[in-house]
Write a new protein. Structure first.
Length: 135
């Protein structure tokens, strides 16, 4: 199975070749800032199965609450938030599902991170593990 994604202007494209290891919402304030939205929806895939197939994303290193680097990959032309690689999770890429081609899929979300920062209108997903912080 190959899943493809791309930025809004199509200068950057990527694909991954496995089912998600997990699917997660992150409500942290860094995710809010980066996307301009209430949370990020993440498809977490093994890095070995993830490749950028077109263009070169820009990166921005944010320091997470862990003190470790959260590397953000985005399109330098249109600004789309594409994926993150967290130093504390070295084997996976956290693909932001809004940039999947064909639109974000209605994934069954397994876990929600940083629920302490969740906005009131973003209701808890029944059955999803609820973590006040990360990990
Ligand atoms: Zn772009
Ligand atoms: Zn976050």
């Amino acid at each position: 199975m190959v899943t493809k994604g791309s930025c809004m202007c199509s200068q950057v494209g990527y694909e991954f070749t496995s089912e998600p290891a997990t699917t997660a919402l992150c409500h942290c304030t860094d995710c809010q800032k980066w996307t301009g939205g209430p949370y990020t929806a993440n498809v977490v895939v093994p890095r070995k199965n993830f490749t950028v197939t077109k263009g070169t994303p820009k990166t921005y290193d944010a320091i997470g609450a862990s003190g470790k680097v959260n590397k953000h990959f985005f399109c330098g032309n249109c600004g789309s938030s594409l994926y993150t690689e967290l130093e504390i999770m070295p084997d996976v890429a956290c693909v932001k599902s809004g940039c999947l081609d064909g639109g974000a899929k209605d994934h069954d979300i397994k876990v929600e991170f940083y629920t302490k920062d969740r906005l009131g209108y973003a209701k808890e997903i029944p059955g999803a593990e609820q973590l006040t912080h990360f990990g």
